[in-house]
Structure formats: structure tokens, C-alpha cells
Design a protein around this ligand. Structure first.
Ligand SMILES: O=C1O[C@H]([C@@H](O)CO)C(O)=C1O
Length: 587
């Protein structure tokens, strides 16, 4: 019987004080014995790179794109000394899916958890990875994520713990999209009147690799592009998945796309979904898998197909009319040559607007037996209406008719030190007017900017209803994947049209809703979430489509900041908290 169980028994039974103290000491020793601190030294700088065989400029880490994969065990502490080698831009990195209990200043969100790290400066991210799962990291300032600042973050179960499924090997697949236009050009376009939209990506990348001026599968179709002739050492050569026959492999899939909702399929192989956003789900088999920006999954595949062949791995665009070729890679059954192309053409991506297919997949994702259940009731319900609007002719996205513009002083500091001039003190609207018709374009297209914060009472249960609506163009309502920092939430359900508590409340799933950190809202629909505000800090909650966040599609939550004993000064040495520190340090 483990120490934990012994101790738990002791603590329950009338035991001598000494015994309890001894137990706690043993637990501390045991827990510290397993966990490790993993140190990394990163330089962030622009580098020439050819992600899709066309030379471009990417934001690299230690000269490489995508950034290095961080691998750790649950309970470890990750320490990243990040030096900003950019010449004219600040930078921060967000550890997507890591909850940052006790380290909210390491969440990596400019203006929310910290000041940007200025050129030449070094900031140390130090945080515990407390839960096993498939995660990733990415820039969270301006649209630097779109410039290629991202990489994988994998947390294995701690020593002595086992996963609830067996596999013989594993692969990491970080999916992203890529434009040839610079992020600078994109940012200016989005902030122009009239709006210059970024358009659809030129290429889809798998682990930062795609092909623009040729196709790996040209010979299977009468497509205009030529058949790629790659040596394999190029930046854009696909990463081949080498497997042995009759084995089980875990594919860790994460999407850091700036825009695209993707669908992944592997020729002739079913996928068994076992994890979503770092939480175990009840396993279910699919032929193809939808993954929205910000989401992650683990699937198991069994290599039980004809071993004399290789098979396609394909990622295609869904949810928006595709103008981008599929991203492709190859599942290579050893000992076949890796350059032996599959016998047939890549799997066809389901129709982009077959939302029934999308919803059917989302509704299959349910928590694994034994997962934490949601509280039966909520203390506060916040309804967030997503609309596309105008401000003096500029196109924006707004939530309850407020388009988010972040303040220069990070909320974590200004709330901690009660600097009331740092941001609008009135709480943003908790809902929207009852007569708003979500099926129609906004009657009044105008909105306003705001930077108010939803202050949550510590340890209260919060329900969020994410409500979608028609955009500025008639008969258009787009998909939005929403990501919450600092917490996982339970996805209680999805519905059509305007959420109606009377008829929709009773349909919510409180039995086995999945825990996630990202959830999608479908066109003209709503998605119901529940989470517990148990993590002192200031937390972004926003559409994970990069241009949409840039256009104001997000909100900020904050809870328990007064409980924080210390905030590293280097995290808030800008804006009004910077001035406050200078004054304090000088007196
Ligand atoms: O924010 C967006 O702008 C365009 C379109 O609405 C205006 O061109 C689009 O598809 C978005 O998601």
C-alpha cells in the first residue's frame, strides 16, 4: 500500500501527532524525489526558413522552426530562460493548457499576466506541469503566433503512474497553417478601414512542414501542381512516421493554426480517440477527426493493414470554404522504403460545411469513467454573444458589444496593487439584450472598445454560454474555437440558435462532460461550459483564431489576485505598475 493511502488512513483515524507529521514528511520526500526541474535556454529571433519550400521569415527559437519540443513528467518544474533577440518587438510565450497554479505571472499573455519581454531582456518562465497530457506553447503578443512562434509541450505521467491504455510507440503532430504575406502586413490589413482580411492560408503544415509549389500526391489526381522531388533534408520535406506492422501507436495531435479548422485522416486506418486537451476521454473510433485551433487530442492507431504498403496522413480545411491544399505526410511501414508512395490517393476531407459531421464528432467526446465531475449547480452564469461589428468603419469582433483592447499595464499587477486607472473598473456586460436576433446581421453594426475584467469570486462555479450569431454579411455565421487560460472547463453541451435556459438547461450533460481548455461554437449555435474559479490570477478567455483575437474577440477573467503573496517585479515593470515600482524602489 502506497504512502499516500497509508497516510490517508492514518489522517482519518485518531493517530498520534508524530505519526501524521512523519507521514507528511514522507509524502514530501516521495513527491520531491520523483519530480525534476527541466531547464531550457531559448533565444527568440527572426530566421530565414522555407516551411512550404518557399523561403520566408519565421520567428524561430534557437534558430529553429517550429520551436524545440519540451518533454516533461507530471509534477516536474519547467524553467525556460527566454532571451528576446528580436530587434524591435517585445515577446511572450504562453504554455497552452498548463494551468499555472501558483505561477499566474508565467502564463505568458502580454498585458494580462505580464509585460512583454523587451529586446535584449531575459525573462525566466518557471512553472509546474501538474497534469499529464498533450500540450503546446506559442507566442501571445500581437499575431506573433502566426509568425511561427510555437512548438510542442508533452507531459508524460509521473513515475509509477500508468496511462489507461497501452501503446508501443508514439508520434507528435503539431498542425498549423501558413501565409506568404508577413504578419506585419496582416496586422496592418486587419487594422485598416476598410478591413483587408488575411484570406485563407497558402499551406497547411504538419510539424512545420508543408509543400506549396508541388504536391506529394500530384500523380494521384489531374491537379495542376507538379509532383514534389524532395531529398528529405529540406525544411519542407514531410516528417515520415516510421512504424512496424501489428503494433499500436499513440499520435499526439495539437493545432496551433491561426485560422483553419482542420480534419485529420490516415488512409486505411481508424483512429481511437483517448485524450482531449490533456484529459482522458471514453475511447471511441473514428475514420477522421476534426481539430480546431487550440485543441489537442491523442489517438491510438493499430498498424494492421497490408504491410507491403505505406499510407497517407492528410489534414484538410473544414468550417470555411477551403482554398488550401491538404497537408500530407506518410505512414511508412518498415521495412518498406519511406519514399514508396501509398497505393491510392489521400483520404478525402469531409465537406467543409457538413456541420452535422462536425457536431456528431464533438458530441462523441465524453469524459473517461472516474474523471472529475462538474459541480451540480453554478453560482454565476455569464452569456457571451459573439458578433462582428464596426467602429468608425473598422471591422471588429465584439463580446456583448464590447471589443477587447488590452491596456498597457498588465491586469495581474494593476489588480494586485489596486491601480484603478489602469483599466475600466466597471464589469463588462453579463449578457446581451433579449430582443437580439442571432439569426440576423446586427441591426446596429456599431460597437465600442473596452478593457474591463469579469472579476470572479474565488472557488465559485461559473457557467459560460458562448452564443454565436450572424456576422456583418447576411447568412454568414463562422466557427469560433474559444480557449480559457488557467483552467479546464467542462463542456456541458452544444445547441442551435439562441440559448434558452428554460428549454436548454435540462439538456446539459452533468454526468460525463469532457474536461477541456478549448471549445468550439458552431454557426448560429451555442456552447455551454462550466468551470471553478480556483486559480488566483488574471486569465484570458478568447477566440483562438489569431486575427479574431487581434480584432477584439476575447474577455478577461480574474480571481483571487489579492491572495497572491508575491509577483516577480520583472513581470510587471511596465505601465502604471512599472512607475509604482520605480517610485517604491527609489524611496
Ligand atoms: O474576421 C473576418 O473577416 C472576414 C470577413 O468577415 C470580412 O472579410 C472573415 O471571414 C472573418 O472571419
Amino acid at each position: 500500500m502506497g504512502t499516500k493511502t497509508t497516510c490517508r488512513r492514518l489522517i482519518k483515524a485518531p493517530a498520534s501527532q508524530m505519526l501524521v507529521v512523519a507521514c507528511i514528511f514522507m509524502l514530501l520526500v516521495e513527491s520531491s524525489a520523483g519530480s525534476k526541474a527541466r531547464h531550457f535556454k531559448w533565444d527568440v529571433e527572426y530566421v530565414f526558413w522555407s516551411p512550404d519550400c518557399i523561403e520566408n521569415v519565421v520567428m524561430g527559437i534557437n534558430g529553429q522552426f517550429p520551436g524545440p519540443t519540451i518533454r516533461a513528467k507530471a509534477g516536474d518544474t519547467v524553467v525556460i530562460d527566454l532571451t528576446n533577440k528580436l530587434h524591435t518587438e517585445g515577446v511572450v510565450i504562453h504554455w497552452h493548457g498548463i494551468r499555472q497554479f501558483g505561477s499566474p505571472w508565467a502564463d505568458g499573455t502580454a498585458s494580462i499576466s505580464q509585460c512583454v519581454i523587451n529586446p535584449g531582456e531575459t525573462f525566466t518562465y518557471r512553472f509546474k506541469v501538474d497534469k499529464a497530457g498533450t500540450y503546446f506553447y506559442h507566442g501571445h503578443y500581437g499575431m506573433q503566433r502566426s509568425a511561427g512562434l510555437y512548438g510542442s509541450l508533452v507531459v508524460d505521467v509521473e513515475d509509477g503512474r500508468k496511462e489507461p491504455f497501452h501503446y508501443d510507440g508514439e508520434f507528435n503532430l503539431l498542425l498549423s497553417d501558413w501565409w506568404h504575406e508577413s504578419v506585419h502586413h496582416q496586422e496592418v490589413g486587419l487594422s485598416s478601414n476598410p478591413l483587408r482580411w488575411i484570406g485563407e492560408p497558402q499551406t497547411l503544415l504538419i510539424n512545420g512542414r508543408g509543400q506549396y509549389n508541388c504536391s506529394l500526391a500530384a500523380r494521384y489526381s489531374n491537379s495542376s501542381s507538379s509532383q514534389c522531388q524532395l531529398r528529405g533534408s529540406e525544411h519542407c520535406a514531410p516528417e515520415i512516421l516510421h512504424v512496424l506492422p501489428n503494433k499500436i501507436y499513440r499520435l499526439r495531435i495539437a493545432s496551433t493554426t491561426a485560422l483553419a479548422s482542420l480534419n485529420l485522416a490516415i488512409g486505411n486506418h481508424k483512429m481511437v480517440v483517448v485524450e482531449a486537451d490533456g484529459n482522458y476521454v471514453t475511447p471511441f473510433a473514428v475514420d477522421d477527426l476534426d481539430i480546431y485551433s487550440g485543441e489537442s487530442y491523442s489517438v491510438l492507431i493499430t498498424t494492421n493493414q497490408d504491410p507491403s504498403n505505406n499510407y497517407w496522413l492528410s489534414a484538410g480545411v473544414r468550417g470555411r470554404e477551403p482554398k488550401t491544399p491538404q497537408g500530407l505526410s506518410v505512414l511508412n511501414y518498415r521495412p518498406n522504403s519511406a519514399s514508396k508512395l501509398p497505393a491510392s490517393s489521400p483520404p478525402t476531407t469531409p465537406a467543409w460545411n457538413d456541420y452535422a459531421h462536425s457536431k456528431s464528432f464533438s458530441n462523441k467526446i465524453l469524459a473517461l469513467m472516474g474523471s472529475p465531475k462538474p459541480p451540480k449547480n453554478y453560482d454565476r452564469r455569464i452569456t457571451l454573444l459573439n458578433t462582428q461589428n464596426k467602429i468608425n468603419g473598422y471591422t471588429k469582433w465584439a463580446i456583448n458589444n464590447v471589443s477587447l483592447t488590452l491596456p498597457p499595464t498588465p491586469y495581474l499587477g494593476s489588480i494586485k496593487y489596486g491601480l484603478r486607472h489602469a483599466f475600466q473598473q466597471n464589469s463588462p456586460p453579463e449578457s446581451f439584450s433579449n430582443d437580439y436576433d442571432v439569426m440576423k446581421q446586427p441591426v446596429n453594426p456599431n460597437t465600442t472598445t473596452g478593457n474591463g475584467v469579469y472579476i470572479l469570486a474565488m472557488n465559485t462555479t461559473v457557467d459560460i454560454i458562448l452564443q454565436n450569431a450572424n456576422a456583418l454579411t447576411a447568412n454568414v455565421s463562422e466557427i469560433h474555437p474559444w480557449h480559457l487560460h488557467g483552467h479546464d472547463f467542462w463542456v456541458l453541451g452544444y445547441g442551435e440558435g439562441k440559448f434558452d435556459p428554460k428549454k436548454d438547461e435540462k439538456k446539459l450533460n452533468l454526468k460525463n462532460p469532457p474536461l477541456r481548455n478549448t471549445a468550439v461554437i458552431f454557426p448560429y449555435g451555442w456552447t455551454a461550459l462550466r468551470f471553478v474559479a480556483d486559480n488566483p490570477g488574471a486569465w484570458a478567455f478568447h477566440c483562438h483564431i489569431e486575427p479574431h483575437l487581434h480584432m477584439g474577440m476575447g474577455v478577461v477573467f480574474a480571481e483571487g489576485i489579492q491572495h497572491l503573496t508575491k509577483i516577480p517585479q520583472e513581470a510587471i515593470a511596465c505601465g502604471l505598475t512599472g512607475k509604482m515600482l520605480m517610485t517604491a524602489n527609489h524611496n
